[in-house]
Design a protein around this ligand. Structure first.
Ligand code: NAD
Length: 423
């Protein structure tokens, strides 16, 4: 239960996050007096974002930037433009960024921002005005040493370019390191777009070895075939696995023999999604959850693996490409059934890891090749998943709990070693 006066005790994402902290708390007895730090954001800013619309009228939007923890370094986390954005959601997303950066041992805290808006309802000029006004409203708390935003749902590299330009205008000089996920010619990093899918594959490959699941001929099912899902799936095919089922917003397709990836890529170039792909048959969205599979990659939305779906899922390995795809109860069922789940805070951390590389490159004004980026990404992800695996063995717990133990230890130790000002 939240003891913050500005948060209602409803079923929001913040309450899910608090429940996760309560689960890990028994493993952190030696740091228990600091655990409350995790249960409240360090700073939460709510801003009014008024803009002049194309028709001359004025509209007001609600914007947020929450810095959950800055104990280990500057805040890091995306900016979401979505009509459902609210303080509860942004707080939870910022807290999950704290856990993710600590789980990967990146020198960042966790932050997140957003505007309660449907970006598709705005013209390009209105979107630019909205982004620039929002940036100016939060500009006193962001910066390369303070808090570094990035794209999230509803925002993209183009939006990051406007943020960088607006912030730089206020500083009087170009500050590329204030955001990551920028276009490459504005100081963005090579390899960023494919990084999350690559991380899903790398962590999946490592864990498959541990549980003795051969990738050759392994049956892979993917929910969400966008940036994350498609890149991860293609890398599994390169490792001789087969894509047997895909579900996206247009429908669900299934081919137990494995789909022809070249034909699939061509189909996706010509259509909005997987529906209508002729090298597979269409099945119902419900059937997707029961097809025979070895590896399942949820890479679409949060809250997809319910208790009922967890009961029927045939996969031996679940790789959480999406953030928060598994309900806590479903997580317990999968664990009881012996299904290995690589949790989102490790599995999809490839994106924030290359964002870290982008920030380092911007600070040094020295840019690396894509090969170098991928090598460094692979090395960090492999180390992180091995550390989590070892902790899970030592503590006899799930990989999710192990990742939280490692991350929370790092965050709370930093808090302890810094001390509580003024002492
Ligand atoms: P994307 O927009 O490129 O792709 C989303 C995919 O989900 C699309 O294929 C879409 O058709 C599908 N989808 C949407 N609604 C669906 C529904 N109701 N049922 C089934 N499929 C549906 O997004 P992305 O960048 O690939 O992100 C996917 C997930 O990964 C999100 O949860 C995101 O938060 C998470 N994530 C992304 C990154 C990143 O770097 N892109 C990093 C960390 C986590």
């Amino acid at each position: 239960m939240s003891n913050l006066s500005y948060i209602n005790d409803n079923d929001g994402a913040w309450q899910t996050y608090l429940a996760q902290i309560d689960r890990v708390a028994p493993y952190l007895e030696h740091l228990k007096e600091y655990i409350d730090t995790l249960k409240r954001p360090k700073r939460a800013l709510i801003v009014d974002v008024p803009i002049v619309m194309d028709d001359g009228s004025i509209r007001h939007f609600e914007g947020y930037r929450v810095q959950h923890s800055l104990s280990r370094g500057p805040g890091k986390g995306g900016i979401r433009y979505h009509p459902d954005v609210d303080l509860n959601e942004v707080m939870a997303l910022s807290a999950w960024m704290t856990i993710k950066t600590a789980a990967l041992n990146l020198p960042f805290g966790g932050a997140k921002g957003g505007i309660r808006v449907d970006p598709r309802s705005l013209s390009l000029r209105e979107l630019e005005r909205l982004t620039r006004r929002y940036t100016s409203e939060i500009s006193h708390i962001i910066g390369p040493q303070k808090d570094i935003p990035a794209p999230d749902v509803g925002t993209n590299p183009h939006v990051m370019g406007w943020i960088m330009d607006t912030y730089s205008s206020g500083q009087g000089h170009t500050v590329t390191g204030v955001v990551t996920g920028k276009p490459v010619h504005l100081g963005g990093s090579l390899g960023r777009i494919k990084a999350t899918g690559r991380g899903v594959f790398i962590t999946g490959q490592q864990v498959a070895q541990k549980i003795q699941l051969p990738l050759k001929d392994a049956k892979v099912a993917v929910q969400g075939f966008g940036n994350v899902g498609s890149e991860a799936a293609y890398l599994f095919v390169q490792a001789q696995a087969k894509i047997v089922a895909i579900q996206d917003h247009t429908g669900t397709i299934y081919n137990p023999e494995g789909m022809n990836v070249d034909a699939l890529k061509l189909h996706l170039e010509q259509h909005q999604g997987v529906a209508g792909f002729t090298d597979a048959k269409a099945i119902s969205n419900d059937e997707f959850w029961t097809v025979e599979m070895d590896i399942f990659i949820p890479a679409a939305l949060e809250g997809q693996i319910t208790a009922e779906r967890a009961q029927n899922l045939t996969a031996k390995l679940v790789l959480e490409g999406a953030n928060g795809p598994t309900y806590p109860q479903a997580d317990d069922i999968l664990t009881q059934r012996g299904v290995t789940v690589v949790p989102d805070v490790i599995c999809n951390a490839g994106g924030v890891t290359v964002s870290y590389f982008e920030w380092v490159q911007d600070m040094a004004s020295f840019f690396w090749s894509e090969e170098e980026i991928n090598q460094r990404l692979d090395a960090l992800m492999i180390k992180a998943i091995h550390d989590v695996w070892q902790t899970a063995e030592e503590k006899v717990c799930s990989l999710r709990t192990a990742a939280y133990i490692l991350a929370c230890e790092r965050i709370l130790r930093a808090r302890k070693e810094r001390g509580i000002f003024p002492g």
